[in-house]
Design a protein around this ligand. Structure first.
Ligand SMILES: *Cc1c(COP(=O)(O)O)cnc(C)c1O
Length: 462
């Protein structure tokens, strides 16, 4: 370091300036990116120059050149997929996590982040009404949270059948029968692929995408052996929740492990008015959710919750001579997640929860659902627009007559850029999806969304 110069200071100051400008632009900027990845390639690519560049200059270059290719995902007018914004406390905490640079696998080595993540985990269990003895692991997203829960399931189901998975692997093991609702998220199948569980048996769903318990009963009764049932809290087209109480009762009768994918829906449990949606969810064995969706922390942050701590730690833990374990205490963070080295991604969760408080979390989730209901109610009144789902949570699926019109309306909305919404196919039709997932979406944004959809529809109709 040269005398008097802090090598971090200029670079971080540039980052703060650019980040602040970016955030300040969100309320008014066009939501979609102005440039394609191909269009940006020349700015970032080419041969790596032999000589380097000062850190602050790198930040300037990066921020300046990336800007045209940024999607305003943290904007209150972004309604695509299920993608939340970032709460100020969570964003700032995320920066601290990077500055602290704690490899958060070992409790004794990084006690601050271990304590913070422990606290965040306890808060989450209380907030979501999940069994207090559960283990909580901080992973990259719901895909990995679901994977982690199902890995614990696989270990337990085989151990209960006297099969030593760690020693003997999966080849020759009793087959685990896996059941998923027809409208589960595709990443459930992906997690099963990672785990060598094969393709699941699909249980029919109703018109809102909810698994039909009687069908689950028939399928479970049609065979025998260890079974894993995956339920869903929050369908991405309808926001619907599987009927947990009934489905868990049936699964239990057949000795099945029940996992719940609640990537964005688990959070309904934190709001008294919406908690009926998640009723019975707490009876499951494991749960996966995202903090980067409904809670609004920065990417990447998923949460795996597993009631059977021994199963989780057997599935995910390792034992090596060079890592000193927290043998007598609550154990090491790395025992609960697939990674060994990782950033302290539970810290932004702690910060988000601390900044909101219990009432604030409830209010945030309530606000998302209210905005969705408001948009749906007003669009349902427009002649020619069909709201295809019961809007009981944060998701809306719309159709505009035929598929070609729906696709044209979707394209026009994106082209006009006041809001951003994604298209999809549901119930055999093209749909426009509106997902309310950002803490900052307010009544003005609701007005803008309604306006943008109706004017695009009018434009397409001519
Ligand atoms: C988003 C989502 C996932 C996948 O989560 P990632 O965070 O993208 O890994 C899984 N299930 C549901 C219901 C989702 O909405």
């Amino acid at each position: 370091m040269s005398a008097g110069a802090d090598p971090y200071e200029d670079a971080l100051a540039a980052a703060v300036r650019h980040a602040t400008e970016w955030l300040a632009s969100l309320p008014t900027r066009q939501v979609g990116p102005q440039q394609t990845a191909r269009g940006l390639a020349a700015d970032f690519g080419g041969p790596l120059p032999p000589e380097g560049m000062a850190a602050a200059e790198v930040v300037e270059y990066l921020a300046h050149n990336a800007e045209p290719g940024l999607m305003a995902m943290p904007s209150g007018r972004f309604f695509g997929w299920v993608i939340g914004g970032t709460l100020p406390a969570a964003l700032a905490a995320d920066w601290l996590v990077s500055a602290w640079d704690q490899n958060s696998g070992l409790r004794y080595a990084t006690p601050a982040t271990a304590a913070i993540e422990d606290a965040a985990g306890q808060w989450l269990l209380q907030l979501l009404g999940l069994p207090e003895e559960s283990d909580v692991g901080f992973v990259t997203g719901a895909t990995m949270a679901n994977f982690t829960g199902m890995a614990a399931a696989r270990w337990r189901l085989l151990a209960d059948g006297a099969w030593d998975l760690d020693r003997d692997g999966l080849f020759g093991a009793p087959r685990i029968r896996c059941f998923v609702g027809q409208e589960r998220h595709d990443t459930i199948d992906l997690g099963m692929r990672y785990l060598g569980l094969g393709r699941p048996t699909v249980v029919p769903a109703d018109r809102q995408g909810r698994l039909i318990p009687a069908a689950l009963e028939t399928l479970l009764a049609g065979g025998s052996g260890p079974a894993l049932v995956c339920l869903q809290a929050g369908n991405l087209h309808s926001g619907a929740f599987d009927p947990f109480t009934e489905a868990v009762r049936i699964a239990r009768k057949h000795g099945a492990w029940v996992h719940v994918d609640g990537a964005f829906g688990l959070w309904a449990a934190a709001t008294p008015e919406l908690a009926a949606l998640t009723s019975g969810m707490e009876l499951a064995d494991s749960w996966g959710t995202d903090a980067h969706k409904t809670l609004n922390v920065p990417y990447d942050c998923g949460i795996a919750v597993v009631k059977d701590s021994a199963a989780l730690r057997s599935a995910m833990g390792i034992s090596t001579s060079y890592l000193i374990h927290d043998a007598d205490g609550p154990g090491d963070p790395f025992q609960k997640v697939p990674e060994l080295s990782r950033r302290a991604r539970g810290v932004p969760v702690w910060a988000a929860l601390k900044s909101l408080g219990r009432d604030g979390v409830a209010a945030q989730v309530r606000q998302l659902a209210r905005c969705a209901a408001g948009i749906a109610e007003r669009l349902a009144e427009v002649d020619g627009i069909e709201v295809l789902n019961d809007v009981s949570y944060t998701q809306i699926s719309l159709a505009f007559g035929d598929d070609a019109t729906t696709r044209a309306v979707t394209a026009k909305i994106i082209e006009e850029g006041r809001v951003w919404m994604s298209g999809s196919r549901w119930l055999g039709r093209d749909v426009l999806r509106i997902s309310v997932s950002n803490w900052s979406t307010d009544t003005d944004d609701v007005d803008t969304a309604v306006e943008a959809v109706t004017s695009a529809f009018a434009g397409v109709r001519g």
